[in-house]
Design a protein around this ligand. Structure first.
Ligand code: AMP
Ligand code: MN
Ligand code: MN
Ligand code: MN
Length: 283
């Protein structure tokens, strides 16, 4: 089947300085405009704090903004990301998950610093907290400090050598279980999207099991394409998406203007006509 490019530019997965992105919400929306994006969502990790600024910028640029957030969750001890979209301003359940995850991020940062000390690095806690400032602290802030301190060559190396899930194995079990979050959220008005499903350490069989379970819990969509995912993987995700009658979502997962492979509004093309895109109701 012919791969179809989307008729309209959309991006339903992006990050700003409110979490681990490099641009403020206003700068991000300006990039979106440059890339002729018409439908956009800011989906910072575990925070809604950038949405208001994004909304003001989007309005001025005539871009339709969908409220969004990327929640840290887990399934069977495996950390996962869920993008939640299109929620109402007052969603108590979402707010309580976000606020609890923010506390977890602070506690987790202490544990990350200790685990890095055990790996032979200096105590980077204070510097990472400073690097994050008012943003939601995460491993990328540790990675930036490690580069600045000359402990690693670049952020990728920081993840490879110190911050990857394997290296920080003892950090398991910090996020809420999808079983405790998805059914409650599904009772509210929003779309619940499994983010970048190919990025988890799961065999195809396990991934299918996860997606079926997610759907039974009330999850209604999956991100069939994010960033520069390889086209074969996108075909495979589209197939799971159709089999489970889930809606399809897409996004760049843009964090910063590092290079041409990750731009706002850019992701591997999808077979839109074979899917039930989540965005049709917003266009
Ligand atoms: P955290 O939210 O603390 O679990 O950190 C996860 C974030 O780290 C992801 O959202 C990415 O932005 C970033 N990340 C994950 N893996 C890598 C990697 N290998 N290289 C650079 N950044 C990464
Ligand atoms: Mn991130
Ligand atoms: Mn993610
Ligand atoms: Mn993301």
């Amino acid at each position: 089947m012919q791969e179809s490019l989307l008729h309209r530019r959309i991006d339903l997965h992006t990050h700003s300085t409110c979490s681990d992105g490099m641009l403020t919400p206003t700068e991000l929306l300006a990039k979106a405009k440059e890339q002729e994006v018409e439908l956009f969502s800011l989906t910072d990790h575990d925070t809604l704090s950038g949405i208001e600024e994004a909304q003001i910028a989007a309005q001025a640029l005539d871009i339709k903004l969908i409220p969004g957030v990327e929640l840290s969750v887990q399934w069977a001890g495996i950390p996962l990301h869920m993008v939640v979209l299109g929620f109402d301003k007052a969603n108590d359940i979402l707010e309580s998950v976000v606020s609890s995850n923010q506390n977890t991020r602070l506690e987790r940062a202490k544990r990350i610093a200790l685990l890095l000390v055990k790996q032979g690095l200096p105590d980077l806690y204070e510097k990472a907290i400073e690097e994050a400032g008012p943003s939601q602290i995460g491993r990328p802030h540790f990675a930036r400090v490690m580069v600045r301190e000359g402990l690693v060559k670049d952020e990728n190396k920081a993840f490879d050598q110190y911050l990857g899930n394997k290296r920080l194995g003892k950090l398991r079990d910090v996020w809420p279980n999808i079983e405790d979050i998805v059914p409650a959220l599904a009772q509210t008005s929003c779309d619940i999207v499994m983010a970048h499903p190919k990025r988890y350490p799961l065999t195809l069989t396990k991934l299918k099991r996860l997606m079926a379970h997610f759907s039974e819990l009330g999850g209604n969509a999956m991100e069939v394409s994010s960033g520069n995912e390889n086209p074969q993987n996108v075909r495979m995700l589209e197939s799971i998406c159709r089999d489970l009658a889930l809606n399809a979502s897409v996004g760049s997962d843009f964090h910063g203007p590092y290079g041409p492979w990750c731009q706002v509004g850019k992701f591997t093309p999808i077979q839109e006509a074979t899917l039930s895109p989540i965005w049709h109701k917003w266009l």
